[in-house]
Design a protein around this ligand. Structure first.
Ligand SMILES: [Zn+2]
Length: 125
């Protein structure tokens, strides 16, 4: 890890952040900015911090519910989760060849990931 500084894009505060060593310069900037947003306590950044948190939980849920047995749906859902959070996609539903149905949808507080064959498995943020 290395120490660098980055500006919170919402309030302009300069934050000192830790980022991994093995990044190219563009990734370093991106990573440092995400860390700055995550560590800043401004009200302007609260929505962005909440979004990042929900997306990170949704990412884990997609992996937990789908990755092992349904990798194609897992890939699609990982691609779509931000659009679902933002409401550009309200619900994404995948009917697999085997008959199972996977669903990714926006809920009041976050994103829910479910897979249904005979027993429904669902995780919500
Ligand atoms: Zn800030």
């Amino acid at each position: 890890m290395q120490t660098t500084t980055a500006e919170c894009p919402y309030c302009g505060q300069i934050r000192t952040v830790m980022i991994p060593d093995d990044l190219d310069p563009q990734e370093e900037l991106y990573c440092a900015q995400l860390e700055a947003i995550a560590s800043c306590n401004c009200t302007q950044g609260a929505a962005a911090r909440n979004k990042n948190k929900i997306l990170s939980i949704a990412e884990d849920h997609i992996e937990d519910v789908l990755r092992a047995a349904h990798p194609d749906a897992a890939d699609l859902f990982q691609e779509a989760k931000e659009a679902v959070y933002d409401g550009r996609i309200r619900k994404l539903s995948v009917r697999e060849g085997s008959g199972g149905k996977a669903e990714l949808k926006r809920t009041k507080d976050g994103i829910s990931v479910s897979f249904e064959k005979t027993n429904k498995k669902e995780l919500s943020t």
